[in-house]
Design a protein around this ligand. Structure first.
Ligand code: CS2
Ligand code: MG
Length: 405
């Protein structure tokens, strides 16, 4: 019997932050869920799905996941880019969810079964200054984390990526229409970051894995200088040292430092990542399930990476929903070269809308053994949290020139 797609619904909700959720219903009554969230551009993905893909999706065979992926990728002349790929990513996730539910098995079983018992995870520690940062790291260790991303303020700057002043939880997107502005000072950052990271390493000892995100701010020679300066800190990785466009320039960074590099959270396809992987200009590929076309396409990216001894370490900020997080964990359990999963955590209201079966224990995550992805989305609860616009900030240099945020 062919399992036909009967209905496609797109739900934009805001339980603490905005999410776009895709619901696919089949002729035999199964429901699959997909995450289509693109931070600060939510409505464009919702429209792409609702207005352009959904009409063509209704009536298709729900079991033909790979064919449907190609139908919306190769079958579309204007392809690639975050809006299109997040839409395909959501469809792909929802169809894997349905396939798992139809078979009565968790998705990781359909991907080849578990290759490990649990997935190492890292979370964020933030502090405006070193004492605050050390408190935050200590708190994360009490929670059991074995790997922590550390970000701090920079003297002379008011706002810095990854940190808030005071006790507020860091959330990159700010409510309101249009982006907030930040001022950035590369020299101050380059002077300050090594001092902070050395102080953290000194305080925590050798074992805790430490990570740091540069968030696309440096040019290659600045990145090389920072990498060299941080070698004694023994970082697990240094992330997004340069903007992702000029990939061959990463060769310069590699000539100067052996610091492990992680890149890829803004990539949408294997073609965005192929030079970095095949020239081995990175050690970790950071693509998120939603933003790079779903489980089917991430498997291909990770397979290419495996050949070149590059490890998978998907993006897991608060702006990918628990559906994406769950899909990432099913991949994590079944992918040999999967290294670590970022887990930033969510605002409290998220738990009212997304009921997830993945679990955290002692620094590790597991997707759980519910059929499919193991996430149920409560539409009635979601209706209590209507969308309101939120945008990522922009950054300017000290003289007012636009900078990569
Ligand atoms: C980040 C994100 O988690 C990360 O590594 O770089 O916080 C990123 O800034 C956001 O996902 C943007 O939406
Ligand atoms: Mg990042």
């Amino acid at each position: 019997m062919t399992r036909v797609i009967d209905a496609v619904d797109v739900i934009v909700s805001s339980p603490g932050r905005n999410f776009v959720t895709l619901k696919i219903t089949t002729s035999d009554g199964l429901v699959g869920w997909g995450d289509a969230t693109l931070n600060g551009r939510e409505l464009s993905v919702a429209s792409y799905l609702r207005d352009h893909l959904a009409p063509a999706l209704v009536g298709r065979d729900a079991d033909r996941i790979e064919d449907t992926w190609n139908y919306f990728y190769r079958g579309v002349y204007w392809r690639r880019g975050p809006v299109a790929m997040a839409s395909i990513g959501a469809i792909d996730m929802a169809l894997w969810d349905i396939k798992g539910k139809a078979a009565g098995v968790p998705v990781y079983q359909l991907l080849g079964g578990a290759v490990r018992d649990r997935i190492l995870t890292y979370t964020h520690a933030t502090g405006w200054d070193v004492p605050e940062l050390l408190d935050s790291v200590a708190e994360r260790r009490v929670q059991g984390y074995r790997a922590v991303r550390v970000q701090s303020g920079v003297p002379g700057l008011d706002k810095v990526y990854g940190v808030t002043k005071g006790a507020a939880v860091y959330e990159p997107a700010g409510r309101g229409v249009g982006p907030a502005e930040e001022v950035w000072d590369t020299s101050a950052y380059l002077r300050h970051a090594p001092v902070v990271l050395e102080a953290v390493r000194e305080a925590v000892g050798p074992e805790l894995k430490l990570l740091h995100d540069v968030h696309h701010r440096l040019n290659p020679i600045e990145a090389a200088r920072l990498g060299k300066a941080l070698e004694p800190v023994d970082l697990f990785w240094l992330e997004d040292v340069t903007p992702a466009e000029n990939q061959m320039l990463l060769r310069a960074v590699r000539q100067h430092t052996t610091i492990p590099l992680a890149i890829g959270e803004v990539f949408n396809t294997v073609w965005d990542a192929q030079q970095l992987i095949t020239e081995r200009l990175i050690d970790y590929i950071r693509v998120a399930v939603v933003h790079a076309g779903g489980i089917s396409h991430l498997r291909k990216i990770f397979a290419l990476a495996e050949v070149f001894q590059v490890k998978a370490a998907p993006h897991g900020p608060s702006d990918v929903s628990p559906i994406n997080m769950s899909a990432s964990l099913h991949l994590g359990l079944s992918t040999t070269n999967f290294a670590i999963q970022e887990f930033m955590g969510y605002p409290a209201q998220v738990g009212e809308v997304f009921h997830s079966s993945y679990r955290y224990d002692d620094g590790y995550l597991h997707p759980g053994d519910e059929p499919g992805l193991g996430i149920e989305f409560d539409e009635a609860a979601a209706a209590r949290f209507p969308y309101s616009p939120a945008y990522l900030p922009i950054a300017r240099d000290l003289d007012g020139t636009m900078k990569d945020w």
